[in-house]
Design a binder for this molecule. Structure first.
Ligand SMILES: [Zn+2]
Length: 97
């Protein structure tokens, strides 16, 4: 991952190969992969986002931490910060245009 740019309600991640992932904060919050939000892992270790999170169009991201070379932790404006979004996860869940 090269950069993350934050806009009013979306973020754009640029990967090392110059491809981009565009995802809304609302989608990102809804997809939170942490156990509390109902995220699950399959046998291959792929993590799927929670289904119990209501879509919140007003959600913002206050800050983020890079987690090693594989993921990002986002601090949401609703106080939630438990989900680690792996790069693979983010690439897979990007908004389709
Ligand atoms: Zn969560």
């Amino acid at each position: 991952m090269k950069t993350i740019k934050f806009f009013s309600d979306i973020l754009i991640i640029t990967w090392d190969n110059e491809s981009e992932t565009i995802i809304s904060y609302a989608d990102l919050r809804k997809l939170c992969p942490c156990a509390m939000c109902g995220g699950e892992s399959d046998v291959l270790g792929n993590v799927y986002g929670g289904t119990s999170v209501a879509l919140n169009k007003e959600i913002k991201i206050l800050k983020y931490n890079r987690i090693g070379h594989y993921g990002v932790q986002f601090y949401f404006s609703d106080g939630h910060k438990d989900g680690i979004y792996t790069f693979d996860f983010l690439k897979k869940h990007q908004k389709q245009n």
